[in-house]
Design a protein around this ligand. Sequence first.
Ligand SMILES: NC(=O)C1=CN([C@@H]2O[C@H](COP(=O)(O)OP(=O)(O)OC[C@H]3O[C@@H](n4cnc5c(N)ncnc54)[C@H](O)[C@@H]3O)[C@@H](O)[C@H]2O)C=CC1
Ligand SMILES: O=C(O)C1=N[C@H](C(=O)O)C[C@H](O)C1
Length: 245
Amino acid sequence: MIRVSVLGAGGRMGTEVVRALKGAQDMQTALLLGPDDDPSSINPSNTDVAVDFTSPDAVLGNTLTLIGQGVHAVIGTTGWTKERLDQVRQALDGHAGLSVFIAPNFAISAVLANRFAAMAARYFESAEVVELHHPDKVDAPSGTALGTASAIAEARRQAGMGPMPDATQQPDPSRGRVVDGVHVHAVRLRGLNAHEEVLMGNPGEQLTIRADSFERVSFMPGVLLAVRRAGSIPGLTVGLDHYLF
Ligand SMILES: NC(=O)C1=CN([C@@H]2O[C@H](COP(=O)(O)OP(=O)(O)OC[C@H]3O[C@@H](n4cnc5c(N)ncnc54)[C@H](O)[C@@H]3O)[C@@H](O)[C@H]2O)C=CC1
Ligand SMILES: O=C(O)C1=N[C@H](C(=O)O)C[C@H](O)C1
């Protein structure tokens, strides 16, 4: 049995993760932590893998604590930057065999949409990302959209493409956040869950790639896969595609 502790167990995702763990034959829940609990209570004597769905403010500290405790981490919480990821890599030095796995999105639809966007990017003059979420989400743009924008930018760079056409005369917030040259727009609307649309355009044609997570259960196969694979790739791994393709 894989013993799994959950940080953020009382949250929207944490609740769903606990339900999924209870339904998995090869897993058992260990510690279920909320914001007032000490993450260093998680250690190898009680936990094989810890799953974090907390908040962008808390996740780096939690991850560093889990590394210090020598427990594999599966992280779904957003708020990652290159600098924060570098801190995790540094902390992992000297912890041979330990793994930290971070996925901005555990839903297969989103992972595939990201991949399709990267494949298509080189063929279109223009590309923009629109992410649409429930209004209780604390961060914007979504971690998924940031990842999609970076993947599009990287594919364009590799294809030797320049900036996208845009006659806007001065930077204006209405054009969204520019991530690596790609405009990202965030919608917050009651009734939505987690959605992303990638728009690509050429003269006379357009491609739209859209992923919709209508319910949080959509993230669970990816979370359970990451828990089962914990430790299989030592060090830091970012993105469910590493386990899927
Ligand atoms: N990777 C993925 O597929 C997905 C990622 N997310 C991300 O997961 C994170 C959580 O999202 P939700 O569950 O919707 O938020 P939420 O606000 O419903 O849940 C977060 C929970 O964590 C608790 N918490 C905060 N700080 C804590 C700490 N230091 N230790 C323990 N618990 C703490 C809060 O009290 C709350 O119960 C967000 O960053 C969100 O973007 C959400 C959905 C899917
Ligand atoms: O907060 C959410 O709900 C989600 N957060 C993740 C993100 O920011 O990309 C994943 C998914 O979009 C749902």
